[in-house]
Design a protein around this ligand. Structure first.
Ligand SMILES: CC(C)(COP(=O)(O)OP(=O)(O)OC[C@H]1O[C@@H](n2cnc3c(N)ncnc32)[C@H](O)[C@@H]1OP(=O)(O)O)[C@@H](O)C(=O)NCCC(=O)NCCS
Length: 134
C-alpha cells in the first residue's frame, strides 16, 4: 500500500486507481488466487527474504496465448541494482516455458528510461508509441 501510494513509484504505473487503503489492498491480495487470468509473484531478495516488489502477468488470454506483463519494485533504495532486470527475465521465461505463452506485451511511459532499459535487457522490443498508456 505504501509503495503504490508513493508518487515516485505511482507516476510510472499509469494505473487509474484512487489512493489505496489497507482494506482495499488486502482485498486485492485475497482475490489474487481467484483470478484465473493473472499470475502474480513477489520480488524477494535472496539473502534476506525481504519483499521489495511484485511482478507477473495480467489479462492472460489462454486461447491466443498472450498476456500483459507488469512489475513494480516499490522499495526505492533497491532500484537500479539489477533486481528488476533479473526478475523480468525470470518471469518472462516462466511465461514462455511454463505458461506456454507466445506473446508478452507491456506499456511503459517514455519518462521511464530505467524500466525501458531493464525491459530491453530481458528481450522486449519496441513496437510503437501511443499517446495514452493503459
Ligand atoms: C522499472 C524497474 C522494474 C527496474 O528495475 P531496477 O532493478 O530498478 O532496474 P535494473 O537495475 O534491473 O536495470 C535498470 C537499468 O536502467 C539503467 N538506468 C537507470 N536509470 C536510468 C536512466 N535515467 N536512464 C537510462 N538508463 C537508466 C540502469 O543503469 C540499468 O541498466 P544497466 O544494468 O545496463 O546499467 C524498477 O525500477 C521499478 O519497479 N520502478 C518503479 C515502477 C516502474 O517503473 N515499473 C515499471 C512500469 S512499466
Amino acid at each position: 500500500m505504501e509503495w503504490l501510494n508513493d508518487p515516485e513509484v505511482r507516476c510510472y504505473l499509469g494505473r487509474n486507481f484512487p489512493p489505496l487503503n489497507l482494506r482495499r489492498e488486502r482485498k486485492w491480495i485475497e482475490n489474487l488466487y481467484k483470478d484465473r487470468n493473472s499470475v502474480t509473484f513477489g520480488v524477494v531478495l535472496k539473502e534476506s527474504d525481504k519483499l521489495i516488489g511484485s511482478t507477473g502477468f495480467g489479462n492472460i488470454d489462454w486461447r491466443n496465448r498472450r498476456a500483459a506483463f507488469g512489475i513494480a519494485i516499490g522499495d526505492k533504495p533497491e532500484w537500479s541494482k539489477g533486481y528488476g532486470a533479473e526478475a523480468i527475465k525470470l518471469v518472462v521465461r516462466y511465461g514462455f516455458d511454463t505458461l506456454n505463452l507466445n506473446r508478452i506485451l507491456l506499456h511503459v511511459f517514455d519518462h521511464n528510461p530505467r524500466a525501458m532499459r531493464a525491459y530491453g535487457k530481458a528481450g522486449f522490443v519496441k513496437e510503437g508509441f501511443g499517446r495514452i498508456a493503459t
